[in-house]
Design a binder for this molecule. Structure first.
Ligand code: MN
Length: 356
């Protein structure tokens, strides 16, 4: 294997300290993340942008970092973003416009499939791109500087290390509250509000540090989880009505058609989190949530899968990253997804077969 091939593998090649040094040496940075950013994607980019701008403001620079987002944003995103400089494109390609950054920092993904809107912008700039991620798969050729923490529950964990190193602090508990808050959002959302099996002592220690830094846990919970519209609840009713329990009651499948979204008056992102609901059933080990979508090439299905650790029944947990890989997707062993160029029924059949 050549050195270049090795460099392109999905491995860590740098450290939080080295990335902090790179930030110091780079005047302007665009922070990119996957399309349709979630709490971890928004939290990691906003925290880093704020830390970078804070650090650079001490040396006179005004706005050195900005975040770029593409696609549907969570309802609470604008609250979290506040005054931080962002650009947002509903869909399609993102171009640098007047701001051509010296460096690009990508968090919470490192896969071309998730960075498609930025491809034309990124391809000539790969030599100045850095990736910080926690997913099991990615395209190493996007950046030679990579911090890949697959043990981290959320990418805000390595992002917190970078913020601490950049600002020369002793611990995340010393971070300014406006940086601690988005980090906490990433940590709380990627762990299902500290419920999932990815919660580790490190997660809770960081959560404790961020609370010490001034995060208001209860206010944040209300902001994230208690501001749904009734249409989401109506959509949830349809998802639950579609529930099928198969494979000796081990697999739960739910499906939402285009029409379901229309009838409920719901928006495309409104099905977020539904995949977690059937996990409350004792016998369920795997959940698949399927949603129907259309684009210029026709119909496709988005699959979201969760695997429940059920070792107490003497059965090993199922690796849904493996299942989604067979569908052209991937993610984590306990939480994964795919985009399949098939209709709902065909996709469902493929999942049932893959789990057979
Ligand atoms: Mn994440």
């Amino acid at each position: 294997m050549t050195t270049e091939t090795l460099m392109n593998q999905w491995t860590t090649t740098t450290t939080p300290q080295a990335i902090a040094k790179w930030i110091d040496e780079t005047d302007t940075i665009a922070l990119l993340t996957h399309a349709k950013p979630d709490g971890d994607a928004l939290g990691s980019t906003l925290a880093l942008a704020r830390a970078i701008n804070l650090k650079k403001s001490t040396s006179g620079a005004v706005s050195a970092a900005e975040c770029w987002y593409c696609g549907h944003m969570p309802a609470w995103a604008s609250k979290l973003i506040g005054n931080t400089k962002i650009r947002h494109a509903e869909s399609g390609e993102m171009s640098p416009g007047v701001f051509d950054p010296q460096g690009v920092l990508i968090t919470d993904t490192g896969a071309w499939s998730q960075l498609e809107p930025y491809r034309a912008f990124l391809e000539p700039r790969l030599d100045r791109t850095v990736i910080v991620d926690h997913h099991l798969q990615g395209n190493g050729e996007i950046a030679t500087k990579r911090l890949i923490c697959t043990d981290a529950a959320a990418v805000v964990q390595p992002a917190a290390d970078i913020c601490v190193a950049l600002l020369g602090l002793g611990s995340p508990s010393e971070l300014p509250a406006e940086i601690a808050l988005p980090l906490y959002v990433g940590l709380a959302t990627d762990t299902g509000w500290f419920k999932h099996s990815n919660v580790t002592p490190e997660v809770m220690r960081l959560a404790g540090d961020l609370l010490e830094a001034g995060v208001d846990h209860a206010a944040l919970f209300a902001m994230l989880y208690q501001r749904d519209r009734a249409s989401r609840l109506k959509l949830m009713a349809r998802a639950l009505a579609s529930l099928e329990v198969i494979h000796e009651k081990n697999l739960a499948v739910m499906m939402l058609t285009d029409q379901d979204f229309k009838d409920a008056g719901a928006a495309p992102g409104d099905s977020g989190g539904f995949v977690d609901l059937p996990q409350s059933v004792a016998s369920i080990r795997v959940v698949a949530m399927l949603t129907e979508h259309h684009d210029t090439e026709g119909v496709f299905t988005k699959v979201s899968m969760r695997s429940k650790p059920s070792a107490w029944e003497g059965k090993d947990p199922i690796d849904v990253n493996e299942v989604c890989s067979t569908l052209g997707g991937g993610g984590h062993a306990r939480a994964s997804g795919a985009r399949v160029r098939e209709d709902l029924a065909t996709t469902k059949a493929k999942i049932i077969e893959a789990l057979g």
